[in-house]
Design a protein. Structure first.
Length: 99
């Protein structure tokens, strides 16, 4: 193998190393952006839950109607109707009916 071939291989390895470093940095940036987005969504959901929970305390809501609404809207996606969904549990929590 000539020195020129070895130099070309070394140059390609260095380029590959640089490209992998760039990809790693891009992935890290993307993960940071996703983390910020998830935190923003969580904050909005928590704020809406707080408002709804306080409204329910003042107005009153029929728990059975809420749970039936959830079941109707999620029936197409339900795998097993015998267990309550996460949405039902959250609704019960917001209604002050922790199970």
């Amino acid at each position: 193998m000539s020195n020129a071939s070895i130099d070309e291989i070394q140059e390609l390895i260095q380029k590959l190393s640089g490209d992998l470093g760039d990809m790693s940095q891009a992935a890290a940036t993307h993960i940071d952006e996703l983390h910020i987005a998830v935190n923003n969504i969580s904050s909005h959901v928590l704020a809406m839950e707080a408002i709804l929970a306080l409204m329910v305390q003042k107005v009153g809501v029929d728990e059975a109607e809420v749970l039936q609404w959830i079941r109707d809207k999620t029936a197409a996606f339900a795998e097993d109707g015998s267990e309550g969904s996460a949405a039902e549990g959250i609704a019960q929590s917001l209604l002050g009916k922790e199970s």
